[in-house]
Design a protein around this ligand. Structure first.
Ligand SMILES: Nc1ncnc2c1ncn2[C@@H]1O[C@H](COP(=O)(O)OP(=O)(O)OP(=O)(O)O)[C@@H](O)[C@H]1O
Ligand SMILES: [Mg+2]
Length: 480
């Protein structure tokens, strides 16, 4: 019998790319006549077959190769078929096993099924029935295996908890994060405000060997530059008037961990020069200090300004740029991955319903369409805020268009107008948007014009002029 199969020893579940097309069957039976006739039958039907004369040999073959099904004799010399069945189950719990025996008593059947056999066939077998049983068991097994692998692949791709996204752009970001996380390389994350730069920085840290060490974020843009130096490098007692005691800087706090330098693009040129030094050899001096401190820190930087442009404009040192720009993660803006909007909306909906102790709300299709069409200048953070607001304001089970703020529905009116009346002038579009926003607000204020005017921060007289000009029909107030 030729050795037909070889595969990686540990993972006996088939990876999708190694899924073979032909079905592979292992026969374990001590009677060579039986093995031969089964082999012939199965080969003629296109199966790839291997046989073993006893349980031990069978288990060995199972360990060495990949099979889709085992035909197992119950009465084997040495270890019984049932014992072998147990050993197979320990190795591969899902692998289909069909028991074959000449002594098919009820008790045998019960024992074998209890021990995890998928089916039972008596000698002499009916070829057609046996083939049908084999095919259906293998079919089920393969579907299960494919599902396991799909789930596993998805889990690997989406294993960054809390990071939601299925767009190609986001998936390639996650792939890159997965690749760079284990190393010590400096990572630079670029993206518009609210795209998730800090979230990604945390994901890099938490998937690195430093995950149990500190992750220290510092917003270099928000700290005045004279304070930034002592914040990052620390200072010795008496270094400046208010330095009453020696204080560690964030580089030391982050020792063995990760330092997240946020908004690096706004750092002063003077500070950039000092950063260059520490990024080169991870050595620095505290403010007022006399000896160098060495740290082991991984740097992740983030920026929402185009650093290349800043270099061209002379606002950012090119040598520092190249130090930081070892691996760049470009975070796509939300309007460039609209397919993620419904997923993110659901994610935040669930979060804020839970946080507010409310039953899960449903976003209506109309509202969702508007969310998908909107341009999201504030990206994911803006979407998160809108969903939180909708959840808090919602009084029933659904979140509809009426709960969305005017600036979001307004843009969508203009988009839909452009779509439906492509020849409309800008003036017409603006008028229509104004009409809808005012009507929307009046409806929400129960047609109370004074309240609506206050909301828009305009005098009541101006609102009334607009209502007249735009032909807005004032409805009767509902009883409150
Ligand atoms: N892909 C995502 N999945 C789930 N939540 C996200 C995703 N991206 C961003 N968020 C959430 O959006 C909010 C903003 O993200 P984050 O603070 O990381 O953005 P940022 O790019 O650092 O913003 P800024 O430039 O304003 O500092 C956070 O609450 C974050 O959890
Ligand atoms: Mg941020």
């Amino acid at each position: 019998m030729p050795e037909i199969f070889s595969t990686a020893p540990e993972d006996k579940t088939l990876a999708p790319d190694t899924l073979h097309t032909e079905s592979r069957v292992l026969i374990i039976d001590d009677e060579s006549m039986i093995c031969e006739s089964l082999e012939t039958l199965l080969r003629l039907e296109g199966f790839v077959v291997a046989s073993a004369a006893d349980g031990e040999q069978g288990l060995h073959k199972l360990d060495e190769g990949v099979y889709d099904l085992v035909l197992l004799d119950l009465a084997l010399p040495g270890q019984s078929g049932l014992e072998i069945l147990h050993s197979i189950r320990e190795r591969q719990p899902q692998l289909p096993v069909i028991m074959i025996t000449a002594y098919g008593t009820v008790q045998n059947v019960v024992d074998a099924i209890r021990a995890g056999a998928n089916n039972f066939t008596q000698k002499p077998w009916d070829n057609e029935k046996l083939l049908a049983d084999i095919r259906s068991a293998i079919g089920r097994y393969r579907t299960e295996q494919e599902n396991i692998h799909l789930k596993r692949a998805l889990k690997q791709r989406y294993s960054f908890e809390n990071i939601v996204g299925k767009s190609e752009a986001m998936l390639s970001v996650l792939d890159l994060v997965g690749q760079v996380a284990p190393s010590r390389s400096t990572v630079m994350i670029q993206g518009e405000s609210g795209t998730g730069k800090e979230l990604i920085a945390k994901a890099v840290h938490s998937h690195s060997p430093r995950r149990d060490k500190p992750f220290v974020p510092v917003n270099t843009g928000a700290i005045p530059s004279d304070l930034l130096e002592s914040t990052l490098f620390g200072h010795v007692k008496g270094a400046f008037t208010s330095a009453n005691a020696t204080k560690k800087g964030l580089f030391e706090v982050a020792h063995t961990g990760t330092l997240f330098l946020d908004e690096i693009g706004t750092m002063s040129l003077d500070m950039q020069a000092k950063m260059l030094r520490v990024l080169q050899d991870r050595r620095f001096m505290q403010v007022g200090g006399t000896h160098e401190i060495q740290v082991d820190v991984r740097i992740i930087a983030a920026t929402n300004v185009d650093l290349r442009q800043a270099v061209r404009d002379g606002r950012f040192r090119d040598d520092l740029f190249y130090r930081l720009n070892v691996i760049t993660v470009d975070l796509p803006s939300l309007r460039n991955r609209r397919e993620d909007i419904p997923l993110l909306a659901m994610h935040f909906l669930k979060r804020y319903c839970e946080e507010n102790g409310l039953p899960l709300r449903v976003i209506t299709q109309d509202a969702l369409r508007i969310l998908v069409d909107y341009d999201w200048p504030g990206n994911v953070r803006e979407l998160e805020n809108i969903i939180e607001r909708c959840v808090v304001l919602s009084t029933g089970p659904t979140i509809g268009v009426e709960l969305l703020p005017g600036h979001i529905t307004g843009q969508s009116y203009s988009a839909s107008m452009l779509e439906h009346t492509p020849n409309a002038s800008l003036f017409d579009i603006l008028e229509e948007v104004e009409r809808r926003i005012i009507t929307d607000r009046l409806e929400r204020c129960n047609w109370n014009q004074t309240e609506a005017a206050e909301h828009f921060h305009i005098p009541l007289s101006t609102l009334n002029q607009k209502i007249k000009r735009l032909n807005i029909e004032i409805k009767k107030k509902n009883k409150e």
